[in-house]
Ligand binder design. Structure first.
Ligand SMILES: [Zn+2]
Length: 643
């Protein structure tokens, strides 16, 4: 039954002007938090979680920047989805509640609030309802029965609290505002999409997805990757480098330039800073800031917890400037969100870590102590540290090599490369040595050839190939040459050949090369590796002829090649400009994965895919390290005197 005296009031509200300030500004003066936990009670203050202001702005001004390739500029498109992959104490739930509070007061609309358990739903209701009474008692219909535990019927709107405890009941509700809190806990894989389908009929709707992540490619991580992947950037107070706070140093491929910012006009009139996208298809590698604490030790080298609390700092990724806790706190007050990916238009996604927080328990030093405790717990502890403290998904893959990593190591691809670009088959500089690595299997003998640079560490991979028998490898060393920069040919100084399979063929091949210049090798893994130092060079047992074999720690050798070399570039492994034309070579260099086991220890996958060329290059790098350690490497690669 309509009550005629209510209608005019409802119309009046429908036509009233909305207040000009943003939701967080309104909340700063109007929201009083009520909590059983006295620590949280008191006026809402957005200054404690300034990174949540963006969401509260977006909820009223439903636009986001999107790069228009056609126009070559940032334009503004409608937002339909906001995703936060967040740490535990990110303040996002309260920000979402502010949006609901504001709608209750000024712009009623139906709301769906998804939460994992009955208890959590009750919790949210207890935080929301008393604060509404404080804002405006007329928000309530006056009928006490209308505020139940899982549904709140308010003035001109209804809020449904749903979760795994209440599936299926709300399929037909039209809800322009949907909040999905702690998605990863809901269990249902498709919750995000199911919720989105509920908003289809309403225009101008917004879906807010909030969750701590769990594993890489879980529901919140997927939603994050669908969006524009915003990070919370600050400017280094010393050098001005623009970066985001990161606990671990990460090397990341990016499609935007954050050092060349564009001032872009927001539809509301204010100006925002946005990155300059690189031309389509172009990527660059950047390094993030990181927390530094390794110096915080006692005189005997143990961790010094007091020093960790006082002296850990955030290190600028560019000038290594020390940003201490107070400096970090003030930087977080002026930090701003920028996208790092083009994503799907309409989808904003953000990653939020406890490094943003000014809570004492989230200070840089406390985070480091948490991390060290987590390390003691092993895999589960580390995973929780990633999820709860850094707002990052945890991946069991610690390191993989991708085609992009190989292409990024093409000579001349990075600024400051000391090796000129070259094509396969050509020695790009006068080498200190040409070193061959070979991997032998049942019906193949693959090889790869490296030119050693002046520092005796850097190697340019100049050629590779596949033979059938180990004896062909001996022939290559004995007879083949490669042209240097001025066309003069170079011979191979020495080679290393894996002797795991077809042992006697391999030994025969080694003896066919004069001067012990083809050395059989064996990488030792597992328990055997633990007893091996870096390597050992010893007489082959049961072999009459004078033949020595090199055994090495396979784990160390892979760490050196794939992580120190290809990923972190502590020394360089260069590839020719046309390396991408041989898909097999590239794929075999990308087969190895460093995994983390249940105890948190890392190990290289025992069963990688075909990795033969990877093993060839591994033998070059390991062999070179062996030679230089023994100081046996002379200047043996003389140009060949006559053809
Ligand atoms: Zn700096």
């Amino acid at each position: 039954m309509f009550q005629s005296n209510i209608l005019p009031e409802a119309f009046a509200r429908a036509f009233q002007e909305l207040p000009p300030e943003s939701i967080w500004e309104w909340a700063d003066t109007n929201v009083w938090l009520v909590s059983k936990d006295a620590a949280e009670a008191g006026p809402y203050r957005s200054v404690k979680t300034p990174w949540t202001r963006r969401l509260q702005e977006v909820a009223r001004e439903l636009v986001m920047p999107c790069w228009s390739w056609g126009r070559g500029e940032w334009i503004w498109v409608q937002v339909v989805e906001y995703t936060a992959m967040k740490a535990s104490q990110a303040g996002l739930s309260e920000a979402a509640l502010n949006i609901i509070r504001w709608h209750c007061k000024y712009d009623p609309c139906n709301v769906l609030y998804g939460i994992d358990t009955r208890e959590e739903a009750k919790n949210i209701v207890d935080r929301l309802i008393p604060s509404l009474a404080d804002i405006d008692p007329t928000i309530f219909t006056g009928d006490d029965d209308d505020v139940g535990t899982y549904v709140a019927r308010l003035r001109d709107m209804v809020i449904w609290f749903i979760g795994s405890f209440s599936t299926g009941k709300y399929a037909n509700k039209q809800t322009p505002l949907r909040v999905l809190d702690e998605i990863e806990e809901h269990g249902a894989k498709n919750t995000v999409r199911e919720m989105a389908s509920r908003g289809k009929t309403s225009e101008d709707g917004l879906q807010i997805n909030l969750s701590k992540p769990k594993l890489a490619n879980g529901p919140i991580h997927k939603a994050y990757q669908r969006g524009n992947q915003e990070h919370y950037f600050f400017r280094c107070p010393s050098c001005g480098h623009v970066q985001w706070p990161s606990f671990f140093e990460q090397t990341i491929e990016t499609v935007m330039d954050f050092q060349n910012l564009l001032e872009v006009r927001h539809p509301s009139g204010r100006t925002v800073l946005l990155p300059t996208p690189y031309p389509e298809g172009q990527r660059r590698t950047i390094t993030t800031s990181q927390i530094v604490f390794d110096h915080c030790r006692t005189p005997l080298g143990e961790w010094d917890k007091l020093r960790i609390l006082d002296e850990s700092y955030l290190s600028c990724s560019s000038c290594k400037h020390r940003i201490d806790e107070p400096a970090k706190r003030s930087l977080m007050q002026t930090a701003w969100w920028m996208p790092t990916s083009h994503g799907s238009p309409g989808s904003i996604s953000q990653q939020i870590s406890d490094l943003f927080s000014s809570d004492r328990a989230s200070s840089i030093g406390h985070l480091v102590l948490d991390y060290l405790d987590a390390k003691k717990e092993g895999g589960d502890g580390i995973a929780k540290f990633y999820n709860h403290r850094l707002g990052l998904p945890f991946a069991n893959e610690v390191n993989t090599t991708k085609e992009a990593d190989i292409l990024a190591n093409i000579a001349g691809a990075s600024e400051g490369d000391t090796c000129q670009p070259y094509r396969r088959g050509v020695v790009p500089f006068v080498p200190r040595a040409l070193v061959l690595g070979a991997d032998v299997g049942g019906n193949y003998a693959k090889w790869s050839l490296g030119a050693v640079g002046d520092n005796l560490e850097d190697v340019a991979i100049i050629d590779w190939g596949e033979e059938i028998d180990p004896s062909s490898i001996a022939d290559i060393i004995n007879s083949k040459t490669w042209p240097g920069p001025d066309g003069k040919p170079f011979r191979i100084s020495c080679g290393f050949i894996d002797a795991k399979f077809r042992k006697s063929d391999v030994y025969k091949a080694c003896l066919a090369v004069p001067g012990r210049r083809l050395i059989p090798t064996a990488g030792l893994g597992g328990a055997a590796a633990r007893s091996v130092k870096a390597w050992s060079y010893h007489q082959v047992p049961t072999y009459q002829r004078n033949l020595k074999e090199l055994t090495y720690n396979d784990r160390d050798a892979k760490d050196t090649l794939y992580i120190a070399g290809l990923k972190k570039r502590r020394f360089r492994i260069w590839f020719p400009t046309d390396v991408g034309q041989d898909a097999e070579f590239v794929a075999e260099l990308c087969a190895e994965e460093l995994l983390r086991d249940e105890d948190g220890r890392t190990r290289w996958n025992d069963r990688p895919g075909a990795n033969h060329y990877g093993d060839c290059v591994k033998d070059i790098i390991t062999g070179l390290r062996f030679l230089t350690r023994k100081q046996q490497l002379g200047t043996s690669p003389q140009p060949v005197s006559e053809g």
